[in-house]
Ligand binder design. Structure first.
Ligand code: NAD
Length: 500
C-alpha cells in the first residue's frame, strides 16, 4: 500500500462546486487547475513512466491487476460516487464499473501479446535481415473524459494507455471530478509507491482540458462531443500532438420483417432509455420494415410506459440537455411526427419521461443530431435495403443493431453498415467484449479504444532489422555491391513481381 500522491493544486485558489443533478445539493469542491499545474502533473507522470517502463511487462501487469482487484473490492464506493455525480441509479453505476474491470483486466493481460516484440517475415528484398516489430509507449497520454459514463468511458483510454506502458493525466468532466479523483487515488492505493504518480487527475472546465492538450503530452485521448473534439484538434494541431477522438452517435436499430419483435422491442427500449438516453452508442433511431412497424411500435410503447425515471434511470445529468431534448421533440412534432408515448410534457426537470416518436422527417434534428435523452424515433421503411440506406445517411457512424429472422441475414446487413460497431440480435453487444475495438467515423470521431487496436492506439511502432551475417546475399544498400550484381537482383525482383 502506498500513500496518496499529493494532487496538483490550483495556485490561484480557484475551486468549483459539483452539485447533485437530482436535488442540486453541493457534493464537493474541486480545484480549477491551470496550465502550470497541468504541466506539473504531466512532468510527474512522465518521471513515473520511466519507472513503469523499467518494471517490464510482468511488473506492469501485476500492478494493473492489483488495481483491478482493488477497484472490484471497492465497487460500491466507486458506484456510489458515480451515482452521486451523474444521478444514475447505483445498480447502473455498478454495471458500469464491472465493464471497466473487464477492460482493465483484458488490457493488463494482453499488452505483452499485442505489443511485445515479435518477428515478422523479412521478404525477398531484405534477404539476410531479420525483421522485428516492437511497440514502445508514446509517453504520457492526456485523457479528457465525459460525464455520462465517468468510469467506463475514460477507463477505455486510461487502462489501455497504462497497459501499453504510458503515464496518464486525466481531466474528467467538470460534472464528475470526484469520480476521476477516486479513480486516481484508488490506483495510487493499489500499486507500488514508485508508480503512484503515474496516473494523475487534473480538474476543471474546458480551459483545463485545453491546457492538457497543449501541455506537451504525447497523445490526447478525448471523449465528448464533436464540437469540443474540433477545439481539441485545433490545439493538438499546433504541436502535432496525435489525437484520438471518441465523439457522439445517432445509432440506428434495423428491424426486418421476420425479426423476433419482442426481443427487438426489449433491446430498443433498454438501448434508448437506459442512463436516460445519455449513451454515446445508445439507440436514437429505429428503422422497421412497414409490415412489422405497427406491432413493433406497440411493443416499444408498452415496455417504455412501464419505466419510472428516478428508478429505472436517472435525471438529465447536464441540465442544459433538457432544452436540446425539448427542441428535438417540438421540431419533430411540428414537422409531422406523431408521439404514441410522451411528448413535450414528458420533460419534468430534472427528469425526462420516456418518449416514442413515429414518422419523424429524416431531416429533423431528432434524426440528425444527438438527442441524448430517453427518446426514440421509430420510422417505417420499405425493406432492409432502405433501412441500411437511412441508417448510413447520418453524419454519425458509431454503433448500430440489427434484428432479422436469421443470423446470416443479420450479418449480411451488418456488413453494409458504416457504423464502427454492430450488434446482431442485441444492442451494444460489442461494448462488453474487451477484445473488440470501439469507435466510429465522421462526427463520431476517429481512432479506436479497446482491444488490440486500443492498445496500439497508445503505442508507437518501432521497426527493427538485424543483419544476420556479413556477405550473405546481395546487399542493395551498399556501394560495395557491384553494379552488375545489384542490377541482376533488381531484374530478378521485377520478373518475380511481373509474374505473381
Ligand atoms: P463535452 O464535449 O462537453 O466535454 C467533454 C470533455 O471535454 C469535458 O471534460 C470538458 O470539460 C472538456 N472540454 C470542454 N471544452 C474543452 C476544450 N476547449 N478543450 C479541451 N477540453 C474541453 O462532452 P460531454 O457533455 O462531457 O459528454 C457528452 C458527449 O460525449 C456526447 O456527445 C457523447 O456522445 C460523447 N461520448 C462519446 C463516447 C464514445 O466513446 N464515443 C462515450 C461517452 C460519451
Amino acid at each position: 500500500m502506498s500513500s496518496l500522491p499529493s494532487p496538483p493544486r490550483a495556485t490561484d485558489g480557484t475551486t468549483f462546486d459539483v452539485r447533485s443533478p437530482v436535488d442540486g445539493a453541493v457534493l464537493g469542491a474541486h480545484p480549477v487547475h491551470g496550465p502550470a499545474e497541468v504541466r506539473e502533473a504531466v512532468r510527474r507522470s512522465r518521471a513515473a513512466a520511466r519507472r513503469w517502463a523499467a518494471a517490464g511487462w510482468d511488473g506492469r501487469r501485476a500492478a494493473l491487476l492489483a488495481w483491478k482487484r482493488s477497484l472490484a473490492r471497492r465497487m460500491d464506493e466507486v458506484a456510489e460516487a458515480v451515482a452521486a455525480e451523474t444521478g444514475k441509479p447505483v445498480h447502473d453505476a455498478r454495471a458500469e464499473v464491472l465493464l471497466a474491470l473487464v477492460h482493465l483486466d483484458w488490457a493488463a493481460r494482453n499488452a505483452r501479446r499485442v505489443l511485445g516484440r515479435r518477428r515478422v517475415p523479412s521478404g525477398p528484398a531484405a534477404f539476410g535481415r531479420r525483421a522485428l516489430l516492437a511497440y514502445r509507449p508514446v509517453g504520457v497520454v492526456g485523457v479528457i473524459g465525459p460525464w455520462n459514463y465517468p468510469v467506463h468511458t475514460p477507463m477505455g483510454s486510461i487502462g489501455y494507455a497504462l497497459a501499453a506502458g504510458n503515464g496518464v493525466v486525466f481531466k474528467p468532466s467538470e460534472l464528475t471530478p470526484g469520480v476521476g479523483e477516486l479513480l486516481a487515488s484508488s490506483f495510487a492505493d493499489a500499486v507500488p509507491a514508485e508508480f503512484a504518480d503515474l496516473f494523475l487527475v487534473v480538474t476543471g472546465f474546458g480551459g483545463t482540458g485545453s491546457a492538457l492538450a497543449e501541455s506537451g503530452v504525447d497523445k490526447v485521448a478525448f471523449t465528448g462531443s464533436p464540437g469540443t473534439a474540433r477545439k481539441v484538434a485545433e490545439v493538438c494541431a499546433r504541436t502535432l500532438t496525435p489525437l484520438l477522438a471518441e465523439c457522439g452517435g445517432k445509432d440506428a436499430v434495423l428491424v426486418g420483417a421476420d425479426a423476433d419483435l419482442e426481443a427487438a422491442a426489449n433491446a430498443i427500449v433498454w438501448g434508448a432509455m437506459a442512463n436516460a438516453g445519455q449513451t454515446c452508442a445508445g439507440v436514437e433511431r429505429v428503422y422497421a420494415v412497414a409490415s412489422v412497424h405497427g406491432d413493433l411500435v406497440e411493443r416499444i410503447v408498452r415496455k417504455a410506459r412501464e419505466l419510472t425515471p428516478g428508478r429505472h434511470y436517472g435525471p438529465m445529468t447536464l441540465p442544459s440537455q433538457l432544452a436540446v431534448v425539448e427542441r428535438h421533440l417540438k421540431e419533430a412534432l411540428a414537422g409531422g411526427a406523431h408521439a404514441p408515448l410522451g411528448g413535450p410534457e414528458s420533460l419534468r426537470a430534472p427528469y425526462v419521461h420516456p418518449v416514442v416518436l413515429v414518422g419523424v422527417a429524416e431531416d429533423a434534428a431528432a434524426m440528425r443530431e444527438e438527442t441524448f435523452g430517453p427518446v426514440v424515433a421509430v420510422n417505417a421503411v420499405r425493406d432492409l435495403a432502405e433501412a441500411v440506406e437511412r441508417a448510413n445517411a447520418s453524419p454519425y457512424a458509431l454503433g448500430a443493431a440489427v434484428f432479422t429472422g436469421t443470423r446470416e441475414e443479420g450479418l449480411a446487413v451488418a456488413e453494409r453498415l458504416t457504423a464502427g460497431g454492430v450488434s446482431v440480435g442485441s444492442v451494444l453487444g460489442y461494448a462488453a467484449v474487451p477484445s473488440l475495438p470501439f469507435g466510429g467515423t465522421g462526427e463520431s470521431g476517429y481512432g479506436r479504444v479497446h482491444g488490440a487496436e486500443g492498445l496500439r492506439a497508445f503505442a508507437s511502432a518501432r521497426s527493427i532489422t538485424v543483419r544476420r551475417r556479413a556477405g550473405g546475399g546481395t546487399d542493395l544498400m551498399s556501394f560495395a555491391t557491384s553494379r552488375e550484381a545489384a542490377e541482376r537482383m533488381v531484374e530478378l525482383g521485377r520478373k518475380l513481381h511481373a509474374w505473381r
